[in-house]
Design a protein around this ligand. Structure first.
Ligand code: SF4
Ligand code: SF4
Length: 108
């Protein structure tokens, strides 16, 4: 099975600087059509083609705007109370008893 990687962007933490868009070596980032709560046009993942290289993460000046997830298919599945559906989850490094939903990035 092919490894599926994914980049998650917290739109409201993004200042729309475009560093990640410029830096992505496979050009899978662009800008959203809408503005975020700060009035910036946030970066947006095109939906496929992420290699999981992490360049965008290391380029971004905002510590919480980008999360790169490698091998999505290998993640555990669980129920997200925010999305109210079954989702893939990553460990919450702040609380080992919790997981984080990769759809909404909230603890669940
Ligand atoms: S992890 Fe690499 S390939 Fe994926 S969006 Fe970021 S820079 Fe692009
Ligand atoms: S580098 Fe960070 S702040 Fe700049 S556009 Fe990308 S996600 Fe937003």
């Amino acid at each position: 099975m092919a490894t599926i990687n994914r980049v998650l962007i917290q739109a409201d933490d993004c200042k729309g600087c475009g560093f990640c868009v410029e830096a992505c070596p496979v050009n899978v980032l662009d800008f959203a059509d809408n503005l975020n709560v700060m009035g910036y046009r946030p970066a947006h993942y095109k939906g496929e083609g992420c290699t999981g290289c992490g360049t965008c993460f290391y380029t971004c000046p905002e510590t919480s705007a980008i999360t790169v997830i490698r091998n999505v298919d290998g993640l555990e599945t669980g129920h997200c109370s925010h999305c109210n559906k079954t989702v893939k989850q990553i460990p919450d490094y702040r609380d080992s008893d919790k997981k984080i939903c990769i759809e909404c990035l909230n603890p669940c």
